[in-house]
Design a protein around this ligand. Structure first.
Ligand SMILES: C[S@@+](CC[C@H](N)C(=O)[O-])C[C@H]1O[C@@H](n2cnc3c(N)ncnc32)[C@H](O)[C@@H]1O
Length: 262
């Protein structure tokens, strides 16, 4: 079997410095105190004051640190060493305490011995999971009894569409598949050669692996807007800064959120 994680880490390490200085991540605004969290998760997760929060696949930590600014005691985990090193630097620079761990989530129980009130993960995580059943087990492992798991994510329905908004892929595609497109989601013209292994899951896959772990699904919400220019040329920003389809005759789900309790 290929060492998918090692190949993917290589790509994440290369794109992290590009993401850091991108308009999408808005580092300057963040350093000035602006939250990088979106209104969906802010409203749906609610108060995190004094709660222990585990952020899975935290990239370089701005969302993790945004939760910390809201009073959570945070631990961020990512397998990209470049991302975690930047997250630690940021935490020091803005003087917001956080624990950052460089680990593949599947190996996390070997290096982290703690239970959490909230496990959080967001925007662009499902496609990196080589094993969604094991992912749900990991979430269960790290949650205290009555703890909350929350995800807000690109809607799996959009997996069937190509960048130029054509129906192109199978909804029921099983990974791993190779993504060798150049550039990255913050800058498609960036001189980055693509090579990643990714997976595809349906909405019911996500719900069912959590049910199998004994979670109570509190809700699943679907949204007709997203947080970035997912289909360049076909999207525009509304008055709230959300990306919506230009063609108002079309409405498809672009994001979903899910809350589950243990
Ligand atoms: C799109 S980013 C996360 C998005 C996050 N909401 C953000 O924008 O900051 C995906 C992250 O998942 C990490 N990742 C991918 N597979 C992983 C794994 N198996 N274990 C831990 N981290 C992983 C990557 O290194 C990357 O930083």
């Amino acid at each position: 079997m290929k060492d998918y994680a090692r190949i993917n880490v290589k790509w994440w390490n290369k794109v992290t410095p590009i993401h850091l200085h991108s308009e999408l991540y808005n580092l300057t605004g963040f350093k000035k105190g602006k939250t990088t969290l979106q209104s969906i998760e802010l409203e749906e997760v609610g108060s995190v004051q004094g709660k222990n929060l585990l952020h899975l696949m935290c990239h370089f930590g701005m969302d993790t640190l945004s939760w910390a600014r809201k009073g959570a005691i945070v631990t961020g985990v990512d397998m990209s060493d470049e991302s975690i090193s930047l997250a630690k630097k940021l935490s020091k620079e803005i003087k917001v305490p956080a624990t950052f761990i460089c680990s593949d989530i599947y190996q996390l129980p070997d290096v982290l011995d703690k239970k959490f009130d909230i496990v959080f993960t967001s925007y662009g995580v499902l496609c990196w999971l080589s094993n969604i059943k094991k992912w749900a087990k990991i979430i269960n492992h790290f949650l205290k009894d009555k703890g909350v798991f929350y995800i807000v994510e690109l809607h799996p329905f959009t997996n069937i569409l190509s960048y130029d908004f054509k129906i192109y892929y199978k909804y029921f595609l099983k990974g791993p598949y190779i993504d060798d497109s150049d550039g990255t989601y913050t800058d498609w013209d960036a001189k980055i050669k693509g090579l990643t292994y990714e997976w595809s899951y349906t909405l019911s896959d996500v719900i069912n692996v959590l049910i199998d772990q004994g979670f109570k699904i509190e809700y699943v919400h679907e949204f007709p807007f997203t947080i970035y220019d997912q289909f360049p040329g076909f999207m525009e920003q509304n008055e709230k800064g959300q990306f919506v389809l230009k063609d108002k005759k079309i409405q498809i789900p672009l994001l979903f959120s899910l809350k589950a309790t243990k």
